[in-house]
Design a protein around this ligand. Sequence first.
Ligand code: NAD
Length: 267
Amino acid sequence: MPDRKNVYLHYVETDETKHKVEHLRELGKKYNFHLVDHIGDANIIASIGGDGTFLQSLRRTNFQEDCLYLAINDDHLGFYSDFDLDNLEGIEEAMKTDMVEVLRYPLLEVTVDGQKSFYCLNECSIRSTVIKTFVIDVYIDDLHFETFRGDGLVISTPTGSTAYNKSLKGAIVDPRLASMQLTEMASLNNNEYRTLGSPLLLSGDRELVLRIVQDGNDYPIIGADNEALSIRNSKEVKIRVADRQVKMLKLKDNSFLHKVKRSFINQ
Ligand code: NAD
């Protein structure tokens, strides 16, 4: 990272993190990194915390294309963080040697009612706020694919496939495959109502359109990763794999497959 030296830190300040961040700042100085107060001055954005904090840091900094993102955990290992705030020696070693690489992760671009657009790194979820089956017409490109009735739908990225998607029995997807996966939350399937009933992996050049059937139950919550959007009475949600990707600094010997194995199979 010879020409990237301006670092913006995203973290929740507590007495403990304050102290640890001071050590990190000292380490950075040794390698000529500067902490900056404004995102506009940064070319590296580092979050300190778990996966949830990293997802928040992307949203708060608006998924900067020109910046390199880096996640440092301060408690237990997350899926996005490769660095540990309690192991400054490890961070230093990674900076000095050739142990790091930059990976690009696919994002989703979501547009609600043709107006508000936003990105997601894990997933976009859509569900009802009332206790009544929620009806969505699902279109893939121009094809009316199915009418969904149930609790809601989750559309995940490859890196998000190990999160909410996995709990819904979706497949784990290699992040090298720019794609999106549609999974159902408790769909009704009987002689009257029918949906695919299994996860559906779509190529990166597809467009998914969800039309919320206006039957008095048209107050969905739309979730962008770990944030609920306050858009009431939405009618149409378009989702596609974004042209933009997130650039992340990672350790070479801690790949996506290493993490999947460590988290779900064995240590
Ligand atoms: P958090 O850091 O507390 O995350 C909650 C848990 O999800 C943690 O164990 C975290 O490591 C894990 N996680 C987050 N992203 C992951 C990923 N890409 N792969 C594997 N594990 C991942 O913060 P949070 O704000 O609660 O996390 C938001 C995420 O939680 C959402 O994006 C969604 O994917 C997930 N979520 C899951 C469920 C579910 O499984 N039923 C329900 C709601 C949200």
